[in-house]
Design a protein around this ligand. Sequence first.
Ligand SMILES: Nc1ncnc2c1ncn2[C@@H]1O[C@H](COP(=O)(O)OP(=O)(O)O)[C@@H](O)[C@H]1O
Ligand SMILES: [Mg+2]
Length: 210
Amino acid sequence: MDLITPLELSSLEPVGQGAQKLVFRHPDDPRVLVKVVNPRFIERRDKRDRFYQKRRRIGHHRAFAREMIEHLVSRAWHPGQCAPCPHIQNILGVVDTDMGAALLVEAVLDENGELAPTLRDLVESGRYGGREQRALETFLDWALTSNVLINDLSADNLARHPDGHFVMIDGLGDRAGIPIRAVSPWLNRLYKRKKIRQLREEIESLRQAE
Ligand SMILES: Nc1ncnc2c1ncn2[C@@H]1O[C@H](COP(=O)(O)OP(=O)(O)O)[C@@H](O)[C@H]1O
Ligand SMILES: [Mg+2]
């Protein structure tokens, strides 16, 4: 695999998309995803916020920086060990592409090698049963008791690994200007409790709409 030449993504079809990013399969390895900031998101944001456009330094890549910090935090407690946390997406690096800097991540795949369903997919398709609920509770226990910072705990950001456990594939880190939760485990837990409550409400309303 050529690790130096920028990847060409603009001629490929994204396999995933959220409010902010476009997600592509790596052209050389289908187990790897390449995430770029959606050019449409950049355009909309820049139009709305001229001040932001002028002052930005890391700009739209802030989300990548947040995710990478949490990735490193999860490793900081296990120096010298290959002990990736099963509940957060594994980040492989940052690469240049013809759509800007991109995050390389390990794909969570289902048994057929397709992108694993998100929690939203499971609820909307009536596949959210007892086993999934128990796996979600295990994930939430981990989320609450670990020192990870979370900003967007939505049903789109949790993928169900074929082993059954949930993996957070987006929404890690702290969006606050002053990152107070990073230094206060108490505030961090309080905030995560709120996010967990909101996720339960989201699941309930998805179930009602089913
Ligand atoms: N590591 C991953 N494994 C499997 N699917 C993923 C992964 N990362 C992202 N996806 C899919 O791509 C979608 C969009 O990715 P995401 O990082 O959440 O972007 P956004 O910031 O736009 O919400 C997700 O909702 C999910 O369906
Ligand atoms: Mg997302």
